[in-house]
Design a binder for this molecule. Sequence first.
Ligand code: GLN
Length: 192
Amino acid sequence: MSEKPIIGVLSLQGAVELHKPHIEAAGAEYRAVKTPAQFDAVDGFILPGGESTTMLKLIEVFGLWDSLAKNLSTKPVWGICAGAILLAEKVTSPAQKSFGLLPLTVERNGYGSQIDSHIEEIEGYEVSFIRAPVFKDVGKGTEILAEHRGLPVWIKKGKIMASSFHPELTLDFPSPMHRMFVESVKAIKKAA
Ligand code: GLN
């Protein structure tokens, strides 16, 4: 009936293409986006995992901050690992700039370094923690969708969702997280 929503995955650095089969299996269109015109043309964003410092540098170098800030504050967004770091209000170890759209403190590499990366099951689905941030001080009104080892790992407040783990590396499409995100984008698009 209604048109498929378009999900833009910020395509500056990190795990971008791996989202395509998950997004498509969840009933949406995938786009890799890196220009303001492309940002304006999508219904929802995934800020992928990768390296948040590198992404920040590229956002500065290409002059994308204002356009991204505008789009991220008005559309549904899901930040994964480095992407969650970009969304958090406060970043520690070390501190760095962020869009501050989610009442959350993240401790970068809080689960340890590369050698401590591990696979876990969340909501019956295998996900990867790769130099993942620890989510702390989750703000009021934020839903905790999943916890692991007593820590929140998947959270949502209004249109903004964040996971400290990567679900896109698992080849069973779509992941429950992609399904939920695409459903929320569809609902928001329908209500608009
Ligand atoms: N440790 C990375 C950072 O601080 C995040 C790792 C990831 O996205 N898998 O940006």
